[in-house]
Design a protein around this ligand. Structure first.
Ligand code: ADP
Length: 449
């Protein structure tokens, strides 16, 4: 059965949220853009109509004589004027055309109405298409019987001696604007689903990208848990089997009991070591920074402590363990002394473990630019080139069977690397099978004395 991918649901959900939010933003932007465009265009038209109707109003105010009646001066002022029941005037005969610049355009019109609202004269072809009844003062947008929208401004006209004459209405068809807005609406309506399609695709890809590190961490954790369980089970099973075999015996001598307890004790020690290593790793991983544990540490002194700890072990293994320290200039790093000791001790312990009799293990401390260099080299069995990249992985062992005999769990180098990284340093390995290995740790040295 194929394994279910627990991240698929999360990826789908993230894609959904992303698409939803982007869709909403896009829709709001679309609606906003549409409304702003409509508002701006209408405002531009409004200003144009307002200024032209103002000019017309002022000009007519100087020539209108009797309320509701046209006179020759009015006709002179408005070339192309059509009296409701008469002929339209020939525009070319008239001067002062500038007043009518607006209504000369196809889409604009002007109407003169008497005080009862009856049309007295019209100007411009659009005037034929507007309904008879419209408001007599102020702004209005109305629709005619053909569904065409018009924007119109109406204002009261006065005669030269300030009597109310009637009304002037100036307006224009909004069909051009409506066509433009219709095209925008169509674009937004069709473009939005298309954009959503692209957005959901991009969302799926982005969600996959952002989940990748989490997925890797999750897989690492699963592998780590499985390895830890396996490593813990081995000594537990051995201790259990030893205890059960003794319990099945009727009689047991003191010697056998001691031997059995010794075996169980070894397994418990192994378990304890394993649990301590795991706890240390967790501590290094999770601990933000044990600032209180950080202090200036002299690496030379720590190496001396490591030498003291391992000299006897190396001697018993038939190895020479030496330290090459430059004592003229002590190298100091800021860090956790206990952890730094453990970091170097792990390397020395490995070097002793993986170096046959009569071999050499050397610890060297030196300065490398702004780093302190701690080098542990041995003349041991070495590590095959293809395995060198993996030796710092938790629970990784080059040769499982051989390491089982040495009691290694594969956490030593992982702990060393974690401590080096925690101290803003790095670790490298150089090795040749049957020739030996060299591990180098570089630690920044903010303090020198
Ligand atoms: P272990 O506890 O098994 O030693 P480590 O993490 O310390 O685990 O080391 C990982 C593996 O790297 C070991 O299993 C061993 O095979 C290899 N290794 C580490 N140090 C050396 C060395 N100095 N010489 C040869 N092999 C080494």
């Amino acid at each position: 059965m194929p394994q279910r991918n627990p991240f698929r649901r999360t990826r789908l959900r993230l894609t959904g949220y992303y698409t939803g939010i982007m869709g909403l933003i896009l829709a709001l932007c679309g609606v906003g853009y549409y409304q702003i465009t409509e508002h701006q265009r209408l405002q531009a038209l409004t200003q144009k109509i307002e200024s032209s109707s103002g000019i017309l109003h002022d000009s007519l105010g100087t020539v209108l004589l009797r309320p509701g009646r046209l006179n020759a001066s009015v006709e002179g002022l408005l070339p192309g004027l059509c009296k409701t029941k008469g002929q339209c005037l020939e525009p070319d005969r008239f001067s002062r055309r500038h007043v009518l610049g607006l209504v000369k355009q196809e889409v604009y019109y002007a109407q003169l109405k008497d005080l009862s609202g009856q049309t007295v004269a019209t100007l411009g072809p659009s005037a034929d298409y507007i309904p008879n009844k419209t408001v007599l003062e102020g702004w209005q947008i109305f629709t005619n019987s053909d569904g065409e929208r018009f924007l119109q401004y109406s204002l009261l006209l006065e005669t030269v001696n300030h009597r109310n004459w009637g009304y002037l209405q100036v307006g224009r068809s909004l069909s051009e604007l409506d066509q433009e807005l219709g095209a925008t609406r169509q674009f937004l309506l069709w473009g939005w689903p298309l954009a959503m399609l692209f957005i959901s695709g991009a969302g799926w890809w982005l969600a996959g990208l952002s989940l990748k590190p989490v997925q890797n961490a999750y897989q690492d954790m699963q592998r780590f848990t499985a390895n830890a369980a396996h490593e813990l089970r081995t000594p537990l099973s051995a201790a259990k089997a030893t205890a059960e075999s003794v319990l099945e015996m009727d009689n047991i001598s003191e010697g056998e009991a001691r031997k059995t307890l010794g075996t169980i004790n070894r397994q418990v020690n192994r378990l304890t070591q394993l649990v301590q290593d795991l706890l240390l790793l967790t501590l290094i991983d999770t601990q933000q920074d044990r600032k209180d544990a950080h202090k200036a540490c002299q690496l030379g002194l720590i190496i001396n402590d490591v030498m003291d700890e391992f000299l006897a072990l190396a001697h018993n293994a038939g190895l020479s363990l030496t330290a090459e320290l430059d004592t003229t200039q002590p190298l100091i790093v800021q860090g956790d002394e206990e952890q730094l000791f453990r970091m170097i001790a792990n390397l020395v312990m490995n070097a002793i473990q993986y170096t046959p009799r009569d071999g050499d293990v050397v610890i060297r401390l030196d300065r490398d630019k702004k780093y302190a260099l701690v080098e542990v080299r041995d003349t041991g069995i070495g590590i095959p080139a293809e395995q060198q990249a993996h030796v710092f992985t938790r629970f990784y062992r080059v040769n499982r069977d051989r390491n089982r005999k040495t009691g290694g769990s594969g956490l030593g180098l992982a702990i060393t690397q974690a401590i080096a990284l925690k101290h803003a340093g790095k670790i490298t390995v150089q090795s040749q099978p049957s020739q030996g290995s060299t591990f180098r740790i570089y630690l920044p040295t903010p303090l020198t004395s």
